[in-house]
Design a protein around this ligand. Sequence first.
Ligand code: SAH
Length: 450
Amino acid sequence: MQKNQIVELEITDLSYEAMGVAHYEGLTIFVNNALPGEIVKAKILKVKKRFAFAKIEKIIKESPDRVSVKLNQWVQTGLASLAHIKYDKQLEFKRNQVINLLHKAGLDQIKVDETLPSPEEIGYRNKAQVPVRTINGQLDIGFFRRHSHDLVPLTNFFTTDPEIDRVLVAVRDILRKYRVPAYDEIHNKGEVRYLDVRRSKASGDIMVILVCLHNDFPQLPKVAAEISKIDKVTSIILNHNPKKTNVILGRNDYVVWGENQILDKIGDIKFRISPKSFFQINSLQTTRLYNLAIKKADLKADDVVIDAYSGIGTIGLSVAKHVKVVRGMETISDAVKDANANAKLNGITNAQYVTGKAEEVMPRWAEEGLKTNVIFVDPPRKGLTPEFIDAAAKTKPEKIVYISCNPATQVRDLQLFMEKGYHFNEITPVDMFPQTPHVESVTVLERTEK
Ligand code: SAH
């Protein structure tokens, strides 16, 4: 097989990155944008020893699960790489991923619930971080083509709140008007690297963060004055990122105009969110995820609860009124400040947050003899560390509620907890990110010996 060869392929499966999978002359071929059940004419793009990548030239037999996508760019950029699949099939795809991972781990007896659908299938994101580059001599916004740093210009970001799209385009036009240079990645020159815009679902307030190479630039006062006139903008922040790096945000933030936070709500709890703090992207579905996790945890009034990887305390503060004490930890100190301020803001006096790595704070609390009934964990994609799992098991909680944005590391960690005297019977996939292959899942581990 060679590059540029045209082959007819029958798609039999969907990879976890949502590529169509076919087999041809002993090779596994990943076909961008193709669906199981389809027969396609495909052009080979790249050949490796055991597999190859291809793109569709023509669909010969189309899947009934295919829906037309208004903008090709959404799929090209990976912004919405499942957008060509009917929503109920997206939910099935996500559930199947969890089933497959459990099967590989020899855990076929675990019941996998239907994926909990998101109340909003598009426009659900409360935050957009979009790259700014020069395209055809002009500053533009958009998204990077998948596996590259080529900017594909866009004004409709599809999964993002349309109110955020409106502000992104308005800010783009203001930057153009004052001839502010876009960032030039190759020479680490220019000015605006990213626009990061967040909107509170509860109040409609909008924060605009200009991620810049320098901490000031000549046009900033005029640019800020115009941005401040955009309807609903309550905060303008300059984030200073001088480094040659793929990391979006730099270390320092400066309030250019307005507030240094926005306020949002999950359920009936208010949250103050600083520019650096993590906040769940899909606000409405987060409420449903937490309600599910709280119900599964079956909390009691005298429970002592740990909220690990707490962010701004969204989980712990949502459960505080049902239990005796909440303690939490998180690495980003601004988020911890937010968490403690959020407790106050909601009149919650039984919750307390500290800054630190979960894998270091947890063993300390275990040594201090903290008697914990329930631990909530909500780690980043890489999951938990063996040190954390060991210390969590040593505190002997009755239950560990594991919320995960990566079922692969979750299943790995669940197996480690099983070796330490915990078991679980079911797991619920939750769709926090419609139109993308991302899967969130939640399960409750219980101590086997009472
Ligand atoms: N539970 C929160 C945050 C979940 S995201 C919410 O639902 O909003 C995961 C959080 O873990 C992030 O805020 C991140 O800063 C934090 N984090 C990452 N590594 C960590 C570690 N080793 N110890 C503690 N917190 C960590």
